[in-house]
Design a protein around this ligand. Sequence first.
Ligand code: TYM
Length: 329
Amino acid sequence: MKQIAFSGIQPSGNLHIGNYFGSIFNWKKIQNNYSCIFSVVDLHSITVKQSPIDLKNKIFEVAAIYIASGIDIKRNIIFVQSEVKQHLELFWILNCMSYFGELSRMTQFKDKSKRLGKDQSSAGLFNYPVLMASDILLYDTNFVPVGYDQKQHIELARDLAERFNKNFGETFNVPEPLIKDDAKIMGLDNPENKMSKSAKSKYNRIDIMDSNDEIVNKIKKAVTDNVQDVKFDKKRKGIYNLLTIYKLLSGMSENEIEHNFSGKNYGYFKKDLTDLLISEISPIRENTLSILKNKNSIEKILEDGSKKARNIANKKIITVKNKLGLGIN
Ligand code: TYM
């Protein structure tokens, strides 16, 4: 029996290369070794206000990007979170075992609620990591392949699994994060902060659905420094970030890359990086567009995936309810 990997992406805003390198890029590599379940986590998206029309479109777009990137629908499950109600059942149960203190310490909640202000920060935003724990624990997940920014949330999922097992007997697998060192892509316009869907400027990120011209422009404008030396130096955050992307795409070592660009200026390096990015991203964009043209087929894939997920999740919820003494059976 293969071990289980579970992960998901929110269908809010445009999926960018930070999301891609933090998740799908690695999912492709692990899909041969694990039994993988990939969700489009739409319930997470409504923790902040969404336009219903955009949300519906993005659910399909994100699923299409998974498939267009090379996630094999025959071997893996791709499903939409809100189609599997068991996530919400476990969410409530785990909420009753999560503490105000531990949820208040979540950095992502602290950042987002600071930005929105107390009166605009929903209870959903506060409880969001518990829903994420429910996603993971329902499927006896062994590994959670994500970007570095989700580490704290996975730690909470582990704590909740251990807490439940201690109080009610062995029920949940305690999941491990699967986070690559370079699963941390910074904003192109501001390499101090992570690349983010919510950053104001479009020059912060490269979206998966960007045209080749947009990719060229955005890399041209990406912030660097005046040193003009193409070296992996963590202190020079702009060039370091671009080099990290180059390393991911080329599969070359840091030494090889530095040797390759020795004596060359940033313009030369940026041109090479742009070519690599376009050759990775543009086939995904084109595949996504063609998958989206056949709405019935993608709907069918998601319905089948959701059915498979529901079967697994339902078994787990029955066990959990029995352990807690809930219900009549
Ligand atoms: P989300 O939708 O914000 O991001 C999706 C994935 O992209 C990664 N990521 C990044 N990686 C590297 N550099 C960046 N700048 C960057 N920005 C985002 C994230 O780490 C993530 O892997 N809560 C999750 C979704 C979720 C989930 C789950 C994930 C819900 N339930 C269960 C795993 C398991 C989120 O909001 O990701």
